[in-house]
Design a protein around this ligand. Structure first.
Ligand code: ATP
Ligand code: MG
Length: 149
């Protein structure tokens, strides 16, 4: 199924802005015509997990999120970038593991099961794609969904 990404993203962003308990800025730079071949519900759930995490792990800082897309002959990508607490290199390898949560003393009020990114990785594999992370502790994180053409 070819899904127009903005169709999925626009209502999702509105919902997150409404339910967040601090001001969140979510800027989508996805062109209206940008489409990926994916299951619509799963695409919604994957983006929901990534945006939800970007908000949950923003720490004390203002929450600023950017969502971008890129298209090449090989793949289409969607990335969610935050300016939150970031993830150390050692933990970047583990955040996609089932039930893994980064041990973080001063964030123990942030609840979760450690399943969101496991779901995203599993679902991207079922779409014949991958998910990658780039992050710097204290600076922020970027999660990218890669859909092979
Ligand atoms: P769940 O998604 O099941 O409610 P969760 O958010 O803890 O719980 P994941 O979404 O799988 O689980 O993320 C795993 C861990 O990776 C998180 O507990 C957190 O430590 C870290 N993490 C995920 N996204 C980010 C992010 N954007 N910035 C910083 N750390 C992150
Ligand atoms: Mg999560």
């Amino acid at each position: 199924e070819s899904v127009q990404v903005a169709d999925v993203l626009t209502p999702l962003i509105e919902q997150f802005k409404l339910k967040a308990d601090k001001p969140v800025s979510i800027i989508s730079e996805i062109p209206d015509r940008m489409a990926v071949t994916a299951d619509r519900t799963h695409l919604y759930n994957m983006l929901s997990n990534l945006i939800g995490n970007a908000i949950k792990y923003s720490g004390e800082k203002p929450c600023r999120i950017r969502i971008k897309s890129a298209l090449s002959s090989k793949e289409a990508t969607l990335s969610v970038t935050d300016e939150g607490i970031g993830i150390s290199e050692a933990n970047q390898k583990r955040v996609f593991d089932k039930f893994y949560r980064v041990p973080n003393g001063n964030l123990h009020d942030v609840k979760g099961f450690g399943l969101g990114l496991y779901y995203v990785r599993d679902m991207m594999a079922k779409h014949n794609g991958t998910v990658t992370v780039k992050s710097q502790p204290g600076k922020g994180s970027m999660f990218t969904l890669h859909f092979k053409n």
